[in-house]
Design a protein around this ligand. Sequence first.
Ligand SMILES: NC(=O)C1=CN([C@@H]2O[C@H](COP(=O)(O)OP(=O)(O)OC[C@H]3O[C@@H](n4cnc5c(N)ncnc54)[C@H](OP(=O)(O)O)[C@@H]3O)[C@@H](O)[C@H]2O)[C@@H](O)CC1
Ligand SMILES: Nc1ncnc2c1ncn2[C@@H]1O[C@H](COP(=O)(O)OP(=O)(O)O)[C@@H](O)[C@H]1O
Length: 364
Amino acid sequence: MQLIVDALFGAGLARDLTGDARALIEAMDAHPAPVVAIDLPSGLDGDSGAVRGAAPSAMLTVTFARKKPAHLFAPAYVGDVVVADIGIADAIVAQLRPRLFESAPALWRDLFPWPARDAHKYARGHAVVWGGAQMTGAARLAAHAAARIGAGLVTISAPRDVWSIYALWRADILVEPRDELGDWKRTLEDPRRNAVLIGPGAGLDQPLVAATEMADGKQLVLDADALTAFAGHALPRGALLTPHDGEFKRLFALDGADRLGSVRRAAAASACTLLLKGPATIIASPDGTAIVSTNGTPYLATAGTGDVLAGLCVGLLAQQVAPLVAGAIAAWLHGACARRVGPGLVAQDLSERLPAILADLACG
Ligand SMILES: NC(=O)C1=CN([C@@H]2O[C@H](COP(=O)(O)OP(=O)(O)OC[C@H]3O[C@@H](n4cnc5c(N)ncnc54)[C@H](OP(=O)(O)O)[C@@H]3O)[C@@H](O)[C@H]2O)[C@@H](O)CC1
Ligand SMILES: Nc1ncnc2c1ncn2[C@@H]1O[C@H](COP(=O)(O)OP(=O)(O)O)[C@@H](O)[C@H]1O
């Protein structure tokens, strides 16, 4: 069997490839033999995964000590990734003060809000979700996910006309009718209602900026329509924002060749935690620390899965998990649920897989 070992350039490549080097890489890629890359397929930018001129699609990439960003952002080029131990001690890596991490239970298991033995429901937080008048499914998907991830109580604020759709749906979710913003204000008055989600199915004709301002002082997740509504307005500092690319671009500049940099810049500029969804979901805090979750599947590309993710986020915030960690846990669990469902996935399936996944996590 023939095999091509690509050891031409690694993660340090700092300019676009031209001339003989580029021709060699193109010939490598065109050849039928599988490519095994050392460190990175030559031509990939180690920091972003962008292709600098040309790069082969490797079957396998063997890297050393730790993955580099490109291993997370360019799955089609790196193939399977093996991290080889070449004796670089953890203490040496720590001295480099890494600011990018891959989301996996080892990173955050100790920060997961397992209920204390003497917990009562109010100790597990109370999440409030803004319900829309037409697309009622989105807020329901989110509320159910918030409850499944462990929020002690979840309340949907529902327009009175469609209140019964929400109220008759699940017995474990609280529903409060809303005629006007004053009702929303009253729903938020109780300080135990500590985390709020606005956006899924919320309705662009609604006063979502004013509704967000009323939630000042609470942990906040803004998604979907609430993000769109904030175009041209100052974002609420400290919130967790969960855009897809389209929503992100309405608020910030998105450089497709440097998604990580784009998310970090957006987080710093807005003083919010950003979670940019996609095959590699990037979560970044204003100080530049970023976590990437790559365990989703393309079956997640179906309506409502983002609403579930936003619900997981607010459910974790209600349990006093910090926004960066909440985003990282939510994105990983979302991907893990999708893997358990597999082909045929619809958004409602995701939260139903959570109990088994959480049970496995709890067992370590
Ligand atoms: N069951 C329910 O009730 C459900 C209710 N839902 C609710 O519907 C509302 C609208 O939500 P939405 O996501 O359709 O948003 P919207 O503001 O129209 O932007 C979409 C446009 O952005 C762009 N775009 C670029 N990249 C993109 C990407 N990666 N993923 C997606 N889009 C991307 C692309 O434009 P293009 O780039 O093609 O010009 C695309 O046309 C919202 O309230 C939501 O919660 C849904 O959650 C479904 C389940
Ligand atoms: N190809 C893909 N691979 C992995 N995850 C994906 C893919 N496509 C979409 N997703 C995930 O599915 C979810 C879709 O969210 P979103 O676009 O907000 O949908 P909706 O608004 O319908 O709820 C996000 O979590 C995103 O990361």
